[in-house]
Design a protein around this ligand. Structure first.
Ligand SMILES: Cc1cc2nc3c(=O)[nH]c(=O)nc-3n(C[C@H](O)[C@H](O)[C@H](O)COP(=O)(O)OP(=O)(O)OC[C@H]3O[C@@H](n4cnc5c(N)ncnc54)[C@H](O)[C@@H]3O)c2cc1C
Length: 494
């Protein structure tokens, strides 16, 4: 019997597997393809997700091929600035740059390398999920293409099987469609030797004749995304001729098509959709299977990695007998509001970008291009905190700042941070709790003072294994509240 069977070995399935593997859980991963997805997808990752992938030792490999975003500019057809977003130059409290451009296959391979370290994980590539039977009370039978007549048995089944999610379909879970459907052709190119980037900023060129996204991935790679016009939707827009026709006008002066090699291309329709529920008994959904958004904020994969981090420790705690199964009902209410906010913001940005009515675009440009250009540049919009399960104390729901020593000592477990060792409660009913303190003998280094800032004026801070701050306040009260959260008492009483 497997503890958890994961359908789909994309970034979300891999992240979930690696986190469960680190807890020694018996995991089966089923993936119908034999290698990582080859077509162009995510290029942007925020600092929080860098922090999360550091838990599965994937941050260094990704950092080597990534570059911090300088600015994210929305431009008119003639290059004026509609709006710009500039992340701070100094690192975020997580220790990573706020906003990063990266290469998705490198990330997927790095997480898979971590999965391979765990003997308790079995990965079956080239095998397709067929169906499941969840009629038993304590497990699910899963039928796979490599042996359809001998279903595997698993305590929990998680569909990390992408936008079309066969698991979601079998569960009969409906979709809430936000009615944003825009077809784009996406192209990654390799630049000639010695060329790192074509330009510095990540650009949305809001030309009503053809909206274009142009992103310097760095390390000799560049991404273009071209919105398709009505008469192009049914045509093959990935032919060499069509791609050249689209790319050539975008090349900076002095660069020719001879210096560009198309690496990969694909047509996607960008959507905003949500699965109506992310749990049906022992069957769960995460990542694109549960929600999809247009890529204008570069947050689809980021959101899925956060789902995996939220889900893995809860599954582990339930399997260990340390938490009630009702804890699984916290995943969607904690994750969905943040993802809806991001999706709705991305759709709003998409509506600015995707205008192809010349008059509407002229009115938009007139309305937005007012005042000095530099006054139209803002900081990156912060993500709203997630619901963390505890009381609404300062910093609850925000990610815990990184402290290298603390991450090594307690990579994926609850952490109690005290002002001083003397603030420790006499006992705790929270399993696997790691206790650390900021002053006195054996104190954390807290090199940049970020943890002290997050503690604010409280004597204790409790963080969940997914590095989300549960709350700040009195240590004994926080621990009692967390123990109730694990047992789901608070929700049953509500
Ligand atoms: C053009 C574009 C740009 C994007 N840009 C960004 C960005 O900048 N930043 C960002 O964060 N996100 C971005 N995204 C979104 C991001 O790529 C996705 O959110 C992410 O890949 C989803 O990961 P996942 O693991 O949930 O699903 P997937 O990566 O789709 O993985 C699902 C896996 O399930 C497998 N599978 C499906 N059915 C079966 C079956 N029956 N049996 C076995 N296996 C099965 C599939 O083969 C696949 O490997 C972008 C997406 C696109 C299309």
């Amino acid at each position: 019997m497997y503890d958890v069977t994961i359908i789909g070995y994309g970034p979300v399935g891999a992240m979930l597997a690696a986190l469960l593997g680190a807890k020694g859980r018996k995991v089966l991963v089923v993936e119908r393809d034999t290698d990582v997805y080859p077509l162009p997808r995510a290029v942007h990752m925020d600092h929080e997700v860098f922090r999360l992938i550091s838990l599965v030792n994937a941050d260094k490999a990704v950092m080597e091929i990534s570059r911090p975003t300088s600015t994210y500019d929305f431009e008119t057809a003639d290059g004026d600035l509609l709006m710009g977003f500039a992340p701070p130059k100094e690192p975020a409290p997580t220790g990573y740059p706020w906003s990063n451009i990266f290469h998705q296959p490198t990330l997927e391979k790095a997480i898979r390398a971590d999965v391979e370290r765990h003997p308790s994980i079995e990965v079956r590539l080239g095998v397709e999920f067929k169906s499941y039977d969840d009629s038993a009370a304590d497990h699910v039978k899963v039928s796979l293409s490599d042996n359809p007549d001998a279903p595997v048995e698993t305590r929990y089944l998680v569909g990390c099987d992408g936008g079309r999610s066969p698991v979601r379909r079998q569960a009969g879970i409906g979709m809430d469609d936000l009615d944003f459907n825009e077809p784009w052709v996406v192209v990654d190119v390799l630049l000639a030797d010695g060329m790192d980037v074509l330009h510095e900023a990540s650009r949305q060129i809001c030309d009503p004749r053809r909206p274009v996204t142009s992103i310097p991935i760095g390390h000799g790679r560049h991404r273009w995304e071209f919105m398709l016009l009505d008469d192009e939707v049914e045509r093959d827009m990935t032919t060499k001729e069509n791609l050249e026709r689209l790319i050539a006008p975008q090349l900076p002066e002095g660069v020719t098509m001879a210096e560009i090699e198309v690496e990969r291309s694909a047509v996607y329709t960008f959507h905003g959709v949500f699965a109506e529920k992310w749990r049906d008994g022992r069957v769960l959904l995460a990542g694109d299977a549960a929600h999809q958004m247009p890529p204008f904020l570069g947050q689809g994969l980021c959101s899925g990695v956060r789902d995996a981090a939220n889900l893995a420790w809860k599954l582990d705690a339930i399997l260990a007998g340390d938490a009630s199964e009702a804890l699984l009902d916290t995943v969607q209410p904690e994750r969905e509001p943040q993802i809806r906010f991001i999706t709705e913001t991305a759709i709003g940005m998409g509506q600015v970008v995707c205008t192809h009515d010349i008059e509407q675009a002229a009115a938009r440009d007139k309305e937005m291009c007012v005042g000095k250009r530099e006054d139209r540049v803002n900081g990156m919009p912060p993500l709203p905190p997630v619901e963390a399960g505890g009381s609404d104390t300062p910093n609850a729901g925000l990610p815990l700042s990184k402290d290298a020593g603390l991450d090594t000592a307690a990579p994926y477990q609850p952490i109690l941070i005290l002002r001083s060792k003397g603030d420790a409660p006499a006992s705790s009913s929270v399993p696997d709790l790691h206790v650390a303190w900021l002053t006195g003998e054996g104190a954390l280094a807290d090199k940049d003072g970020f943890l002290a800032d997050q503690l604010a004026n409280a004597s204790a801070l409790l963080a969940r294994p997914d590095k989300i701050i549960f709350g700040t306040g009195d240590a004994a009260e926080l621990l009692a509240e967390y123990a109730r959260y694990l047992r789901a008492d608070a929700r049953m009483a509500a």
